[in-house]
Design a protein around this ligand. Structure first.
Ligand code: SF4
Ligand code: FES
Length: 248
């Protein structure tokens, strides 16, 4: 199929961006969205033009790098799918497709479709880990019994890939769904209880310092999250935060 692409081009962080129009031809319906962009970039390089910068790594829906706003939706029109797992069969011959980077003050554009997501790294570093004794006396994890329901919920929260679609789709640019997934995955497990209080307060403090907005419970984040992270995690995080403030 032949497509018209309207793509955000921006040379660097502080330069002005502009939507540019491109045409790609003979795209297979079985191509992935990123393969379609690879074809465009090949054409651009062959014409001695600057290729479009976009993030990607695993192309298997697990690393969270691919982050595009496609026709006004984070990760495009298919639900529970990352951009790299989106296929061209979701589009029609002759379609015009708008491709933009995430838009949020805390995720500034670095170039074209690539944004700086280091704010998420700093939130993780503020508390998204557990301390484990690795001196040689480490206890086998299976020796700690965990109710199945808690293990399942913790696993579901741990499937957050840090893509930041939740921030990009939120009218307040809130990072609450991401943060709540990172807090819940540990809050539900005995291994996470030791540092629970510090974890939630340090991570929330870092999130605020990074300039993310507040959650106003519209739920757009849950709808656009490619991993189906539930809003229940935000309730759990709020409970954890309340407990931590009562302790201090
Ligand atoms: S909560 Fe969902 S949308 Fe947000 S970073 Fe995690 S996987 Fe991406
Ligand atoms: S490239 Fe890794 S999730 Fe898309």
């Amino acid at each position: 199929m032949d497509l018209i692409l309207k793509i955000w081009r921006q040379k660097q962080r502080d330069s002005e961006g502009v939507m540019k129009t491109y045409t790609v031809k003979n795209i297979s319906k079985d191509s992935s969205f990123l393969e379609m962009l690879d074809i465009l970039n090949n054409d651009l390089v062959n014409n001695l033009e600057e290729p479009v910068a976009f993030d990607h790594d695993c192309r298997e829906g697990i690393c969270g790098m691919c982050s595009l706003y496609i026709n006004g939706e984070a990760h495009g029109p298919e639900k529970r799918v990352t951009t790299c797992q989106l296929h061209m069969r979701k589009f029609n011959d002759g379609d015009t497709i708008y491709i933009e980077p995430w838009r949020a003050k805390s995720l500034p554009v670095i170039k074209d479709l690539v944004v700086d997501r280091s704010a998420f790294d700093r939130i993780q570093q503020a508390g998204g880990y557990i301390s484990v004794n690795t001196s040689g006396n480490t206890q086998d994890a299976n020796l700690t019994p965990i109710p199945k329901e808690d293990a399942d919920k913790s696993f579901d929260a741990a499937t957050c890939i840090g893509c930041a679609a939740c921030v990009a789709t939120c009218k307040n640019s809130s990072a609450m769904l991401f943060l709540s997934a990172k807090v819940s995955q540990f809050a539900l497990l005995p291994q996470g209880k030791v540092e629970a209080s510090q974890r939630v307060s340090n991570m929330v403090k870092q999130m605020d310092e990074e300039g993310f907005g507040n959650c106003s419970n519209t739920g757009a984040c849950e709808v656009e999250c490619p991993k189906g992270i539930s809003l229940e995690n935000i309730s759990m995080m709020n409970r954890e935060f309340l407990k931590s403030t009562l302790k201090t």
